[in-house]
Design a protein around this ligand. Structure first.
Ligand code: F6R
Ligand code: ZN
Length: 198
């Protein structure tokens, strides 16, 4: 971990940081239950386990006052009709936010709150997205053959809650229909009231 102010470069076209502490790779098997088309997932896994996205980040203490930061790279592709995407999560400390700056590609950030509000914002190079406290977030790559690359920054004490999204997914899915992205309801999703009565 650095103990003096530091800089790093993110040179195009690949935007891999000039140095970093951690490199995470997430493959389809880690998102198995998240894609709507289970048969398409199984068919793809029978042929291998494709790399869906990568994260490069810097080691900083997980405490208030620090800002965790890095580069997220979602590769292009689809599972059935659904575009490649990240697992997505709430922050464990719900009242923490995140800034994303898109460096490359076309895609969406799919977001929702525990109360069932939802929002989908387009990502394209040069666009900054502020994810408010309480909003779960997932990056989706709708580019035909380009990575979606973002710089992210969030508070050191945020933590991650993946379990809530793993259980029911996001309220909205991004699918390809007739060659264009469409936002549709996730049949697996339940409202807070439905969940309470389940
Ligand atoms: C951190 C954050 C991003 C994501 C990254 C991978 O809070 O939102 O750095 O961690 O885009 O996505 P997940 O974490 O959902 O696998
Ligand atoms: Zn986050």
């Amino acid at each position: 971990m650095q103990d003096a102010p530091y800089t790093f470069e993110v040179p195009g076209p690949h935007f891999v940081p000039s140095h970093y502490d951690n490199h995470l790779e997430r493959r389809l098997s880690a998102l198995k239950g998240q894609f709507a088309d289970a048969a398409a997932v199984e068919a793809m896994l029978a042929q291998g386990d494709p790399l869906l996205y990568e994260v490069y980040d810097f080691e900083r203490p997980h405490v208030p006052g620090e800002l965790l930061h890095g580069i997220s790279i979602v590769h292009p592709g689809k599972v059935g009709a659904e575009y490649n995407m990240t697992k997505g999560h709430y922050h464990q400390v719900l009242e923490t936010s995140e800034v994303y700056y898109c460096l490359k590609g076309q895609g969406f950030m799919v977001m929702e709150t525990p109360e069932g509000e939802w929002a989908v914002e387009e990502l394209h190079p040069g666009r900054v997205l502020y994810v408010l406290p309480r909003w779960a977030h997932r990056t989706v790559n709708t580019s035909p053959n380009e990575d979606v690359i973002t710089l992210f920054i969030y508070p050191g004490h945020s933590g991650h809650d993946y379990g809530t999204i793993e259980q029911q997914g996001f309220r909205k899915l991004v699918l390809e229909e007739n060659g264009v992205p469409v936002i549709v309801d996730n049949p697996r999703w339940q409202s807070p009231a439905q969940r309470a009565n389940a």
